[in-house]
Design a protein around this ligand. Sequence first.
Ligand code: PAF
Length: 305
Amino acid sequence: MSDRQAVDKLITAPFTGTPVMETVSSLHGLRTIIERWKRSGYSIALVPTMGNLHDGHISLLNHARDCADRTVMSIFVNPIQFGKGEDYERYPSTLADDKNKLEKYGLDLLFTPNLDQLYPGGTDIDTRINVPGLSDILCGEARPNHFSGVATVVAKLLSNVQPDFAFFGEKDYQQVLVIKRMARDLCLPFEIIGLPIVREPDGLAMSSRNAYLSPDERRRAPEIYKTLKAAAESLRQGNKSMDEIETEALGRLQEAGLRPEYVSIRRTEDLQRPAPEDTRLSILAAAWLGSARLIDNLKVRVKPT
Ligand code: PAF
């Protein structure tokens, strides 16, 4: 079905409560549908993704559907958030499977732009959104332009969909904060909502990149979550310094055969180093396992010291 037919079908269909998913690839098609929905007074939720959908994405979709009359998901692997030598070219693409899942879970509109739609001037652009400070720490240290790439594409999606709510998973907790800060600083009238990590039964945070793990690596991968849980327990007990806890956690990951980039205890609110009076903390980790870069985080409440 062409974008034109999809638009016609979607904007003329009466709202029966049983969503019929349509797919558009052009900004024109997307904007036409959004405009009609806005005129009808529907609230809209957006779930931006890069596809290869798992239960974490489905949880975002379910919340989006609970919050708004109409739900849009985008699937777009955004080149400018990948560094040189990262996995842009091999990022798993499973569009047919993704569409089947989305039909089942009741998405209204799937937006699958191509590169030209979102980067009409090419991807080597100077116009980018930077959220300095927050983007330069933790994952931003190893991936210098990553968060500006994320903020830029999310700004494009938000400004075209104009959602009341946009949903992001907290496995990428730093990403959620970067997007919230961007929305605040640019006075964007969209509510940015982060939702809890969805885990496999053995604790591994769901991620499209888990597909890169060999069976042996997959068996070892839950060690990240176990390490975070042990670190959280040490923090709650309050007998060790934060430096000691981080060092122990790094050692534990190395012993399990992972190559940790960082384990860091931060303030949940803004990812700064905690002050003694801070009680809402997060432990965040990034580690390589084979060719997969895995990230995870855990929130902890502690007593003020
Ligand atoms: O989390 C992701 O999948 C991506 O970073 C996002 C938010 C869709 C932007 O490309």
